[in-house]
Ligand binder design. Structure first.
Ligand SMILES: C[S@@+](CC[C@H](N)C(=O)[O-])C[C@H]1O[C@@H](n2cnc3c(N)ncnc32)[C@H](O)[C@@H]1O
Length: 313
């Protein structure tokens, strides 16, 4: 099930916003199946290079296979928060892309446990070598931890009751499959036909917790900024407000520069901003959403690294 397609979102918009130099060195920090990598490669010359990262070994295998004959592509399995470990001293990127969240192959493969639509092991790990899996976590997490995760990462109104249902159920039988969890949520949450599937929010929340998705984003943004060459672009595509809020705040703070008291009379440039925001947030066109409904919730923010008027010691 490793080679199902993934429709890369905002493909043309990514290529345009990246402002690609033929001889540039680019990072796709969430390579997936390599859709964005392929589009960036089309604009690169023989001296251009791209580093494709993913934490998922299946994605890494698929991208390695796809670009095996292109020496401009280097593929690495890593969490993007460990970016500093993969960058050689003195190197910087001309552009960095993040396309957060899960890929279609991850969602569509029942054995990965991401989907409430298909029965499979309750796993949800992007990298199956990481622990805990969803089943391992749900077996031991306390009621309040489960409740807080469902509330915070899923904005689930019934978090309290779902968490009790999980704690009660596991006293009798281990929760090992997605179908077990779905059945349990359905008992607690009644949904009208026009509503989202009642397990949508809980599955999103548990997946975010298992993969520490928000911690990864918060950790990587300052590292990515340091790894950008002056004039290099940072592109971040988010799929829900929790991701986008982290990106938006980070870019805003870096574009504002040093947080000095308002009464200090200095020009904006003297606040030493590290980024310039490029354009407005970008959303998918109606045509793209028609073709790929997943693009509906995508929002891309773009910023450019500025030269430093003074470097922080
Ligand atoms: C939405 S998909 C990217 C799809 C890709 N742009 C394409 O065109 O095929 C997100 C990918 O990011 C990976 N990913 C998510 N969080 C990651 C992290 N912290 N470090 C590295 N890869 C991550 C996932 O494993 C998944 O393959």
């Amino acid at each position: 099930m490793a080679d199902q397609p993934h429709h890369p979102v905002l493909l043309e918009e990514v290529v345009e916003a990246m402002n690609i130099r033929e001889d540039g060195y680019y990072l796709d920090a969430t390579a997936g199946r390599g859709g964005h990598v392929a589009a960036i490669l089309e604009k690169l010359g023989a001296d251009g290079r791209i580093l494709a990262l993913d934490r998922d070994p299946q994605a890494v295998a698929a991208v390695t296979k796809r670009f095996t004959s292109d020496s401009r592509v280097q593929v690495r399995q890593a969490n993007f928060s460990s970016l500093s470990d993969v960058l050689q001293p003195g190197e910087c990127f001309s552009g960095i892309l993040f396309d957060f969240g899960v890929s279609s192959p991850q969602l569509d493969d029942a054995s990965r446990g991401f989907s409430f639509m298909q029965d499979g092991p309750l796993d949800m790990r992007m990298n199956p070598a990481d622990h805990p899996s969803a089943a391992e976590w749900l077996a031991t997490a306390e009621h309040h931890e489960i409740r807080d995760v469902l509330r915070r990462y899923g904005e689930e109104k019934h978090a309290h009751r779902i968490a009790w249902a999980i704690v009660d159920a596991r006293a009798d039988d281990a929760l090992e499959t997605t179908a077990q969890l779905v059945a349990l949520i359905k008992k607690v949450v009644s949904a009208r036909p026009q509503d989202k599937h009642p397990a949508t929010r809980s599955f999103q929340a548990i997946r975010i917790r298992i993969n520490k998705e928000l911690e990864e984003i918060a950790a990587v943004l300052p590292i990515a900024l340091d790894a950008l060459c002056v004039g290099g672009r940072l592109l971040a595509i988010s799929f829900h407000s929790l991701e986008d809020r982290i990106v938006k705040r980070f870019l805003r703070d870096q574009a504002r520069g040093d947080d000095l008291p308002k009464e200090i009379p200095i020009r904006d440039a003297d606040r030493n901003p590290r980024l310039r925001l490029v354009g407005k947030p970008v959303r998918a066109s109606v045509a793209e959403i028609d073709e790929n409904p997943r693009a509906r919730s995508a929002i891309m923010r773009v910023a450019e690294r500025l030269p430093q008027s003074r470097e922080v010691a």
